[in-house]
Design a protein around this ligand. Sequence first.
Ligand code: UN1
Length: 512
Amino acid sequence: MGGMIESLKSETLALLKTLGVPESAVTGGTLAARSAITGEVLTQLRSDDRAAADGAVKKAQAAFLEWRGVPAPKRGELIRLLGEELRANKDALGRLVSIEVGKIVSEGLGEVQEMIDICDFAVGLSRQLTGLTIATERTDHRMMETWHPLGVTLIISAFNFPVAVWSWNAALALVAGNSIIWKPSEKSSLTALATQALFEKALGRYRAAGGIAPENLSQLLIGERDLGEALVDNPAVALVSATGSTAMGRQVGPRVAARFGRSILELGGNNAAIVGPSADLDLTLRGVAFSAMGTAGQRCTSLRRLFVHESVYDALVPRLIKAYGSVKVGNPLETGTLVGPLIDKGAYDRMQSALTAAKAEGGKVHGGDKVEIASAGDSTYVRPAIVEMPKQSGPMVDETFAPILYVTKYSDFDAVLALHNDVPQGLSSSIFTNDMREAETFISARGSDCGIANVNIGPSGAEIGGAFGGEKETGGGRESGSDAWKGYMRRATNTLNYGRTLPLAQGVKFDV
Ligand code: UN1
């Protein structure tokens, strides 16, 4: 499992410097920034309080009023420059992601690539914020819809995609003409500071080339729950885009709704895959392994439930158990490691409780034990667990944010579809099959009830081009590609009369 992991403190400080984070931002506070790899405190940050939240919203509102007047393609130019900064700093930012939250190297880099991709997407979008022209029932009239900037956009992001999820929201919101405030997870403040620094660099270049942008267009606030609450409750925040647990969404959603604000919620998933009798089992094995063990099971889209047809169960499941037993768990910065640490001890404890509960339901647990790694601090490594369950019950219907894959055998397709949908969450899903009827049924209206439904690839690792999000307790929000941009804008319906009379709709007569 590799030797002692050295302290990552000096490397982190050097990376922060390279990425342009001022030293004053990472010294002198009381909020500990840790590395999931070593568990050590990397630096102490200052945190923002409620008063800072109110001040930031006021500034953001002023910035919005100016930014909305800048033509969208010019706003896109700022995002193009952000994409350039991200390209130039991909290695350093990817490395910082790995150090702070424990992603393996390719996933840390992949996260930055996702940011670059959404910047490219948003640049194109900045010339395509189009509205429909709609047939009108009245003579000499034109009806159309126009899309306008919405207002201050609050982005609440989670530790597991500490920077990519910000970029999905930030790139779209900024191109849409909104100002943004970012409240990252307190477990991933350093990558947030670095991303903000790269944004500032892009902004500097944009202005140097004559671009107009207000002060405080993008603000980063570091802090804990009370800070988030103050931001969420502020009526001048037009849109709250929150990614995190369903428990968090249950707080945020109703509070924003109570003041008739808009929210985009991207909450928990309990993603499943069905393996049909005709599935290509080699491909399935790889798809399942990546989706379930990748990012140590800490993606919203991680595969958590696997339904395997009885005719292929014995050909697949023992191979999977073997893969679980041999996958390299350890320092995510080392070549060959596929599973890095859990974010913290709390995640480990929740994983163990779920495994205990699964045993009580008759589950047969393979793996899940602690992997001892000598490190500079207090980190948490675990062998991914695969649990053979007699039926879908107990912890299998909950989301545990850890690498646990529950596996059950099925015989009837319609019954397994019902089981697939019989959980409160509805984010992502997949089917492994070469049977066209099964594949088409799975993605049809009577198939998967999730926001993402895949065939012959696992439920995680979505590209930015599609709308990302899901139904039920996942919160219903859509971020990233397709027409998710509409969630960041205000739609107006316009009717114009270019005639000399005033025909009323629905044949109403009103002659004065
Ligand atoms: C998340 O876990 O919050 O589809 C986002 C995926 C990634 C994004 C996951 N592109 O797995």
